[in-house]
Ligand binder design. Structure first.
Ligand code: GLU
Length: 608
């Protein structure tokens, strides 16, 4: 995920300033480095650096970037850490063809080897850089036009991409192509824009054309031409006028980033699944060959590590414990060379976790991490890293990064099961099929439960206190659901093992007291039913998260959320949390609170 923008206009202006203004509107898509390629005096001029837009634009003289044509990029690293070299735009060996890219080129290794053999020199570690060199090869060595070269290259690229190309060979135009990553065109009387999202140019024009997959566009100052790059057929698509306010558009029409990010989960999970990570097998092997495993995390990430803890115990039958990073001292004396430490973090900058892994490393432990932000401090201390590929998360309450972390735990668990023989080949194949379907299942879960969540929230919002109960793996889901309710709706919510709730907490229950039960149809089902009966007998109002068609529990509940069948065991901790994210969100909204900026909380906690 990143923000890209391009401008081609009739007049020469201080175009760098306009590009930076546009990129600022896309910063929610990525913010680890920034770059611009402009054409001036028939030369491609590249200005780029690591850092947020505000930092980089202090270091470079934006006003000195002049011209009629420029492209700009704000990056969210997927291949190669944030650095000046890895920042976009990237350029070919001759310095004449420059490219910005949003997405992931899955076959870049093979393409890069081919290009290295042909003598091309690379300056970055990115997947993107293969594109300008491939174009150079076709244009310079094989003599075909830049347009035809981009069409050919687009067909060879596997993965996701939205690319914009400027070149001194054709200094009056921007070429774009896309598959899966977003790209839109903005139309003005004397200039044209292309961008990852409408807010980039919304202050300049409301006339937009949305591009579809496998489309190629030629953008000049007076028009645009779209063709399908597979069939080469011309596409006729008229602009339409959007009525969004800029603020709304940045959130893709959602009122809050949190809701947008809940809805992004099918995509973020699909991205994680799509990208093969060689580190996965190495991580599984190291865990398998270690003596003991400690998973370290803070906040929401801790609940994902509880899924990891259970799966490691189940599949390799070794001591594994999920430890809250700030409590690391309690296990310090157990750390040695045969220990694996598995830190899990969204930002990779959580200070408690960093301090703990530094100490563990000194004592000889292997550090195998699961992190969202590439190049972050935790990744630099790690021997192996599994990336979460969830994209930037702006809402303070973690949602899409929690499901990505939890999926990573299942991914490691599954590999361990295969290694240890606990999962045979046919079970492994069946489980991998469930992985492929999880984005769709999460999507269906959102569709089926969103208006219910909004409805139940009107009742929940009047409560001061609640319980969230679960058993087995889905105790974690209850924990995370309760945390969301506390964080953004400020309702005291206590999560507890359902079987343990009768040993104390039940004393709090009175008429219409909310008790949320996470109750998939797994081996805990009949016991959960007993726990529901106990609560109901004391007047509790049951909110049950159940498998669709589970009439037994449905009849006992005041409210229900339903999860598609087939996900009550393997991967269950992913879809079962989704209605509870929605419930917390809508409860906060009903209370007129801002879910994106809960009081007293910050996104990356970089203090001890
Ligand atoms: N895969 C490219 C990179 O790591 C593009 C990432 C993005 O979409 O920001 O540079």
């Amino acid at each position: 995920m990143c923000g890209i923008v391009g401008i081609v206009q009739q007049q020469e202006t201080k175009i760098g300033k306009t590009i930076i203004e546009a990129l600022t509107k896309l910063e929610y898509r990525g913010y680890d480095s920034v770059g611009i390629a402009s054409i001036f005096d028939n030369k491609v001029i590249i200005t780029k650096d690591q850092g947020k837009i505000s930092e980089v634009s202090e270091r470079i003289d934006v006003n000195s970037i002049k011209g009629k044509i420029a492209i700009g990029h704000t990056r969210w690293a997927t291949h190669g850490p944030p650095s000046k070299e890895n920042a976009h735009p990237h350029i070919d060996c001759s310095g004449e063809i420059s490219v910005i890219h949003n997405g992931i080129i899955e076959n870049f290794q093979a393409l890069k080897e081919e290009l290295l053999n042909q003598g091309h020199e690379f300056q970055s570690e990115t997947d993107t850089e293969v594109i300008p060199h491939m174009l150079e090869q076709l244009v310079k060595k094989e003599g075909i036009s830049l347009k035809d070269a981009i069409i050919q290259v687009s067909k060879r690229l596997e993965g996701t991409f939205a690319i914009c190309v400027v070149s001194s060979l054709e200094p009056d135009r921007i070429y774009c192509a896309k598959r899966d990553s977003p790209l839109v065109i903005g139309i003005n009387s004397d200039r044209m824009f292309c961008a990852s999202d409408i807010p980039a140019f919304l202050s300049k024009t409301r006339k937009v054309v949305l591009l579809h997959d496998d489309e190629f566009v030629t953008l000049t100052s007076d028009g645009y031409e779209i063709i399908n790059f597979n069939t080469l057929e011309k596409v006729v698509r008229k602009p339409h006028t959007v009525s969004w306010k800029p603020e709304m558009a940045q959130k893709a029409g959602f009122p809050h980033f949190m809701l947008k990010e809940i809805h992004e989960q099918p995509n973020s999970l699909a991205d994680y699944i799509r990208i093969q990570q060689p580190a996965l097998t190495r991580i599984a092997e190291k865990i398998y060959n270690s003596e003991k495993i400690f998973l370290l995390a803070a906040g929401t990430a801790h609940y994902s590590t509880l899924t990891g803890e259970s799966l490691i115990r189940k599949y390799v039958k070794k001591p594994s414990s999920a430890i809250i990073a700030s409590e690391y001292e309690s296990i310090k004396s157990l750390i040695d060379e045969d220990t694996v430490i598995l830190p899990v973090s969204q930002s990779g900058e959580t200070m408690d976790t960093i301090m703990a892994i530094k100490s563990a490393k000194e004592q000889g432990a292997s550090i195998l991490s699961a992190v969202n932000v590439i190049g972050s401090t935790i990744t630099r201390y790690s021997d192996e890293v599994l990336y979460l590929y969830a994209g930037p998360e702006i809402g303070v309450a973690a949602t899409k990064t929690y499901t990505a972390q939890t999926l990573a735990m299942w991914d490691i668990g599954l590999e361990l099961g295969k290694l240890s023989g606990e999962i045979d080949n046919s079970e492994y194949t069946a489980a991998r099929k469930l992985f492929q379907e999880i984005p769709t299942v999460v999507k269906q879960t959102i569709v089926r439960n969103e208006s219910r969540a909004n409805h139940i929230a009107s009742w929940f919002a009047k409560k001061n206190s609640s319980f969230y109960l679960g058993r087995g793996l889905n105790l974690q889901t209850a924990n995370e659901g309760a945390l969301k309710m506390k964080e953004i709706a400020y309702i005291h919510s206590e999560s507890y093992p359902a079987g343990e709730s009768k040993h104390g907490p039940i004393a709090l229950v009175e008429e219409d007291y909310p008790v949320v039960f996470v109750s998939p149809k797994d081996h805990t089902h009949s016991r959960i039913i007993s726990n529901i009966m106990e609560m109901k007998a004391r007047g509790a109002a049951i909110v049950a998260v159940i498998e669709e068609g589970d009439r037994e529990i449905e009849e006992m509940g005041k409210w229900k959320f339903e999860i598609p069948k087939g996900y009550s065991e393997m991967l269950s901790t992913i879809p079962y949390i989704v209605p509870l994210q929605l419930l917390a969100y809508y409860t906060a909204v009903r209370k007129n609170l801002s879910p994106d900026m809960p009081r007293n909380l910050a996104k990356a906690v970089s203090v001890l």
